[in-house]
Design a binder for this molecule. Sequence first.
Ligand code: PLP
Length: 467
Amino acid sequence: MTSFSDLLPLPAASPAYLGLAHRIRGMVMDGRLATGSRLPSERALAETLGLSRTTITRAFAELVDTGWAVARRGSGTTVRLPVADRAPSISLVPTRREDTIDLSAAAGLAPDGTAEIVARALEWLPSTLAGAGYEPYGALHLREQIADRYTARGVPTHPDQIVVTAGALLAVSVALHTLVRPGERLVMDSPSYPGAIESAATVRARAVPVPLEGDWDLTGWTTAVRRARPRAAYLIPDFHNPTGLLMSTDRRQELARILGDADCAPIVDETPAELDFGETEHALPFAAIAPDAVCIGSTSKVLWGGFRIGWLRCPEPLVDAVRATARSLSLGASALDQLVATSYLEDPEPVRAAVADRLRQARGMWRDALAARLPEWRVPSPPGGLGLWVTLPARLSTELALSARSHGITVAPGSTFSPDRTHTNRLRLPLTLPLDVIDEAVERLAAAWETARSGSRSAARMDALAL
Ligand SMILES: Cc1ncc(COP(=O)(O)O)c(C=O)c1O
């Protein structure tokens, strides 16, 4: 839950009301206070902070005047982002320039053993070639494999409940097209997976962000669900992208109850679920707790993003609707890629364990190199997943992303992961980077950071002169 007492102490140099407005803006930019949140009443905030009512009134007026809040009679003061401060979106598809280290996408190279997996698929190809090749919901051999995996994890599943798509991003899109009508609300974490944020915009869903900081804030979820009455919720409970967090079984149970009470359909993206570094207790699959959940999976993260195979697992009552949407968007995934996925899923554990081990190693190397070169950056140690959700000591991740290009590096700034373009003091670094490139990447990051910081210092000097 947002703690407004965190607004203290106020910065010493400026009048109290400007300092308070500055601190509230900071909370919004860091994603601790979601845009669209209502501020406490002036009286309540004055009491919480031990400040005069006049200071609070003037701070709120300052936020409204500068476009950071709207005040409506009867519904209080609500924070928002001024249009000019919405950071630009940066594509997360990997670049292929020789001289550039790409940190913007968390996409690994194909692991050892891929050639053997493909060779087995090619042995099966002749029998597939005897058919027309169109399988709009996925080939039965693959749907059976996927269904068996859910059943083994405690979520009994019939192959007809599986719809195979060309990658998990398409599966997210199918789920959103099926469940959410234009103008309806979709509640999601902030930060979250950028592809889902863009898909939500494409179906014209109104994203309702709930700040995710350290762990899922169920009070925040309760408030958002009560206030916004969302049609659906998009969740990544297993090694969340970009934070790497794992939601505990207790929290899953509580969140499933909150969503169930509000008739809000869970869309559970389990794409990173296999990227477990083996250091934490397992959590129950979300669908074992919430049978109405639509689950999404993929082979991209463990095997290779170049095989475009993802899927949805639908609760029975939704199968027809999901199939109809899937068929309207695509005539199905590549038959050859589906054979590769089946071949991989026959015995995925050796590849999975090796990939997870390599990502864990990368976590250690990134942390060591960053501690040595950029000790003021806060670097977490997530229990799994694809990246490190790093905290910078200033809200300069967009500036860093821009200066990075001239230092031979591309990065994904925090705002890319935010439904409301906040998190401008955050950066996601990919654990998928080849291990022997990490030190050089950190050198370039340090140089780009220096450029971003000196740029911001001269911008601040210009602002001071303009005043
Ligand atoms: C949470 C999440 N969902 C979906 C995807 C997209 O996966 P795919 O390559 O299978 O489309 C990603 C890729 O990073 C992801 O992190």
